[in-house]
Design a protein around this ligand. Structure first.
Ligand code: GLA
Length: 535
């Protein structure tokens, strides 16, 4: 939690002089990064009762209820699909009754069947395993008996190759078994990253990698740089709610908004979320019993401003028109899916429990802002343009996103009354504050350093100007002031020499102009980092 200091003009000039740079340099092309995933996961509404029939009904619902059109695409099968059996060669065996043939010519007990059906609807398919020997059912089965040996430990290469061969596009890897055995998640998940890379190379099939170890051992410090690559998303906390399965002993459970807020808070690691890799605050509970319609909208707003994965946990066949409208609001989805890929930062906390959160968006001068009232009484909250890193000497346009209504143009700031325990999601269009451009000051083989970097923000946005004339992603490791390195992906910028930019949020000491950013580039890298622009 921080409060940005407003720096006088003198400091800005000093900062420019220190960097020997020009203010307001022309902007190179912004290179879009992969957005956070959107889809459905079986756990919250079906627990370990998941089977082919349920999965197919969910996929059909997504394809017909407007969710697919809005951008949702993953149908993710969570725990319960496999009861731990393997054949003599260690291959996974599934129950042929739970996973029968669906189309003519298919063999019962082949997970490729459900994948084909999901793909035939134009959707993608996700599967689930554990990094340890056992899965979560041995720790405390939610419904039904405990079934051991549902983890992939000892079978990483074999299982992830199998998932790719079945045609799955996404794999979530849980931690119950790993935790029970006291394994080191950074090591196990790196091994799995390597197994996934081998499976991808062997099949030519991409497996999106979702780490689920509930934030233990700070995955945001190692997951963006695990096994030589980066995991795509990593959970940052526990489950918002235990499964609520209709007509079961769990049917009376209720989701609570305070748990939604807890997981939002735990997910805030903006320094780790960049270039297509995301903190995952858990599957959403929109459409499940417990939250009011307004709380569902607030939940969606928190995930959107956080740039969190939007994985719906509710039964898609039973969503109300209001829940569907909440889940498919195009302006809210645009904030979540913005191609800058950055997370929200706490921009100001004018009084305890009254917060302004800000997410930079890819369009110049555009920000999503959240006025969040965590207190028990209605309160007015003011967002200052300078807190959003926008010029406060010019007006900005304000739009209330859920109301779908433009509020007008306001000089310097905007104030709204926010009900108790509620929030208002705004889209602000203003003028960008000047940035400071730095060129590398030290250059050794494979290492570029930017010294004497000053920002007035403790979490500062940094735009990296680079050229990657290759056809594939290139990576570099960034270290800020000796903090743990994070792996940055540089998408291709095209065949010419025209540079592009990707953006990060880095933790800096905002009271000194002595921050040091060091990029380590692999030997022979064809990525050229030309400069950084610091906000
Ligand atoms: C953990 C995860 C959940 C779900 C269950 C399955 O609790 O956090 O998302 O996958 O395991 O048992």
């Amino acid at each position: 939690m921080y409060k940005p200091v407003r720096w006088p003009m003198l400091s800005l000039l000093l900062c420019a002089a220190l960097a020997g740079s020009a203010l307001n340099a022309a902007q190179p092309t912004l290179i879009p990064v992969p957005p956070p995933p959107m889809g459905w996961s079986s756990w919250n509404a079906f627990s370990n009762t998941i089977n082919s029939e349920i999965t197919l009904a969910q996929a059909k619902a997504m394809a017909t209820n407007g969710m697919q059109r809005a951008g949702y695409q993953y149908i993710n099968i969570d725990e319960g699909w496999w009861l731990g059996a393997r054949d003599k060669d260690g291959n996974i065996i599934v129950d042929p009754n739970a996973w029968p043939a669906i189309a003519a010519g298919e063999r019962a007990g082949d997970m490729a069947n459900i994948v084909r059906s999901i793909h035939s609807l134009g959707l993608k398919a996700g599967i689930y395993t554990d990094a340890g020997r056992d899965g979560c059912s041995t720790v405390g089965p939610d419904l039904g008996p405990s079934y051991p040996n549902t983890g992939s430990e000892g079978h990483y290469e074999q299982d992830f190759l199998q998932f790719a061969r079945w045609g799955f596009d996404y794999v979530k890897v849980d931690w119950c078994g790993g935790d029970k055995e006291n394994l080191d998640p950074a090591i196990q998940y790196a091994e799995i990253a390597r197994a996934i890379a081998h499976a991808e190379a062997a099949t030519g099939h991409r497996l999106y990698y979702s780490i689920c170890n509930w934030g233990k051992h700070s995955p945001f410090t190692w997951a963006p740089n695990v096994g030589g690559v980066a995991a795509d998303i990593w959970r940052t906390g526990g489950d918002i709610v235990a499964p609520i399965v209709a007509n079961s002993k769990n049917a009376d459970r209720k989701a609570e908004f305070k748990e939604v807020l807890r997981e939002f808070d735990q997910a805030q690691h903006p320094q780790a979320q960049h270039t297509g890799y995301y903190n995952d605050p858990d599957m959403m509970v929109v459409g499940m019993p417990g939250l009011t319609e307004q709380q569902n909208r607030a939940h969606m707003s928190l995930w959107a401003i956080s740039g969190g994965p939007l994985l719906v946990g509710a039964d898609l066949t039973g969503l109300s028109a209001t829940d569907l409208a909440t889940l498919t609001n195009s302006e809210v989805l645009r904030i979540d899916q913005d191609s800058l890929g950055l997370q929200s930062v706490l921009a100001a906390e004018p009084a305890p429990g009254l917060q302004v959160w800000s997410k930079p968006l890819s369009k110049t001068g555009e920000r999503a802002a959240l006025l969040l009232n965590r207190t028990a009484a209605a309160a007015s909250i003011t967002v200052h343009w300078s807190d959003l890193d926008l010029r406060d000497d010019s007006s900005a346009e304000v739009r209330d996103v859920w109301a779908g209504s433009d509020r007008g143009k306001f000089p310097g700031s905007y104030t709204a009354t926010v009900p108790a325990g509620d929030l208002i999601l705004l889209l602000i269009r203003g003028s960008e504050s000047p940035t400071t451009t730095h060129r590398p000051e030290v250059q050794r083989t494979g290492e570029l350093a930017f010294a004497n970097v000053l920002s007035r923000f403790p979490v500062a946005r940094v735009d990296i100007q680079y050229v990657n004339s290759g056809k594939t992603l290139r990576f570099a490791e960034l270290r800020v002031n000796g903090q743990v390195a994070t792996k940055i992906a540089f998408p291709p910028t095209g065949s010419g020499a025209a540079p592009g930019t990707v953006s990060l949020e880095v933790m800096m000491d905002s009271s000194s102009g002595k921050n040091q950013l060091t990029f380590a580039l692999p030997v022979g890298s064809r990525t050229a980092i030309q400069s950084i622009a610091v906000h």
